[in-house]
Unconditional design. Sequence first.
Length: 153
Amino acid sequence: MDSYDVMPGHLVRRLQQAAVAIFQAEVARAGYDMTPVQYAALTAVRVNPGIDQATLAGLIAYDRTTITGVVDRLTQKGFLTREPSETDRRARILQVTERGHTALREIQPAVEQAQRIMLRGLDETESQEFMRLLAKTVGAVNELSRAPLKATR
């Protein structure tokens, strides 16, 4: 491999750039300003109500320092509440607000469309195989990540 444009890291970075742009464009068409990370965080809190920020960071493979800014923006938008934990003064407990639930419902078709656009160069069988191989590859290097994905509680 003498050329950077056939190296996995370069291609993954380019796909990530496209994925973010596609996601944000589709969600904007639905009337929302939300990043993929904000969507992942909001969805993770919906599925795991009452989790703390540190747990959220692990669930979406984001570092604990940066997750604070993500939660700040979701709180400012009225999508999340953040309250001190009754059992750990350092922890902040997260809940999705009614506005957050509404946003998730309203952007769901846009999120699904974004996924279809990201894979549009592949037929159904290729899409399934690509996703299988992508998940396998990510799983094999998870622990090498700056912010490894952690299993749910």
